[in-house]
Design a protein around this ligand. Sequence first.
Ligand SMILES: Cc1cc2nc3c(=O)[nH]c(=O)nc-3n(C[C@H](O)[C@H](O)[C@H](O)COP(=O)(O)OP(=O)(O)OC[C@H]3O[C@@H](n4cnc5c(N)ncnc54)[C@H](O)[C@@H]3O)c2cc1C
Length: 445
Amino acid sequence: MHQLSLANSQNTSDWDGPSAPNWPLAPSRVAGLDRLAAFVAKGGRDYQTHRNTDRGEGRHSHVSVLSPYLRHRMIDETEVLGQILDQHSPNEAFKFVQEVFWRSYWKGWLEHRSLLWPSHQHQLPACLEHIQANPRCFDDYQRAIAGETSIVIFNEWCHELKRTGYLHNHARMWFASIWVFTLRLPWELGADFFIRHLMDGDPASNTLGWRWVAGLHTAGKTYLATPQNIRACAEERLASRSDQVLGLNRLASTTFTVAERLPAKALQRTEIPWPAPAENGCSEYRCNHGRTTMLVTEEDLTWLPSAAPEGVVVLSPSPRSALEASSGLVEQFVTAALDDARQRMAHHWAQAPVLTAPHTLGDEALVDWLVEHRMDEVVCAYLPVGPTRIRVEGLRERLACKGIGLRVQMRDYDRFVWPHASKGFFQLGKRIPEFLEVMRLYEKA
Ligand SMILES: Cc1cc2nc3c(=O)[nH]c(=O)nc-3n(C[C@H](O)[C@H](O)[C@H](O)COP(=O)(O)OP(=O)(O)OC[C@H]3O[C@@H](n4cnc5c(N)ncnc54)[C@H](O)[C@@H]3O)c2cc1C
């Protein structure tokens, strides 16, 4: 099993209690399930009371730190919600459940605006060139991503992000707010910096989280980081240092209107390409589709087709950014998570005669493998907006030239939730009790 570099690990004596995360996070489903099991007891009132506290690097014991596992669906939302609601009533777990649905909201919202993310990626090089043309601005940008600004606490978040691949939700909000309103840097480059360093880096939660802070999600509603709100939630990590020492006295005291740089077309509503529901009955499935290979991607590492396929292939990681490669920590996490999935799938279908490609494959090798093994069709989990979707859409055409079809299947969870994610979170949030009931995630006693 691939191990992450120990150079990035934290001093274990800093951990705080049995459910404090073990850095670096192990990239396996078992590790995700262990983390969930260790957190479940805290997912009720404890989370509701303490979730806003950013205790500092390696000490995030009031939140779940499940996001890298959820991001790649190494564990999925229904497992997390189900286990939490086994131990807590919906009322006690209200906040935690709501946060999980925030993830679903952002994912769904971006599905309804599927041109936004590609357009944002397309604009990134020009955005970087633009600030490179202004030496002062470029210097500010370089200091920000190096964690060398005059705002000490901002620098500390920057280093924490690079070392651990994680930041507390509030630290993300403060970081983004200072980036946009104090340092006056483009949100696009901040979002790009985050997605390359966050282990949970996600086109939806990250891009839309930055746009929310900048006031581009809800028109006119910006988020301002202030010394007061930072002190209220991060006092422990500030270690009695004054505003001057931390640079909090330099924070902008007002926000401003951030210009929308994405073209109007990028913000247009688009139709979700709802795939047909999965077939029932294995034999019918097989005879309709010929020799089928299951394609595993980093977007969903636990999805399984309804019948045993003839083959399993795992697609290599997709680049998250049009500007630069992801951090070593992210690359290692995703690569090892894919390998963990490949081994699990091989084990899962061990009783059936299933061919499993020996390692993750790039596009070219994947097509060759399918041709070599005379496959007729590839089936994979629905690919949400992001780099893997674009890549697999490109593959679809190449496969078609070889007479190989590509079919996607969607999880019921997404099918239920996403139709309600096209407007504000409130519209989706008010349906949470209904979702829990329909998906039998909470059985009333
Ligand atoms: C600027 C910015 C960028 C962000 N980028 C990402 C990102 O790339 N990937 C990502 O998964 N989240 C992102 N978030 C959302 C949130 O910060 C993280 O999901 C959360 O901090 C993960 O830590 P946790 O697992 O300990 O969360 P917990 O508090 O334990 O919450 C449980 C789960 O709920 C979901 N969740 C919680 N809060 C949010 C939220 N505000 N939005 C969406 N989902 C949420 C996550 O899947 C999380 O694992 C971003 C937020 C901001 C403000």
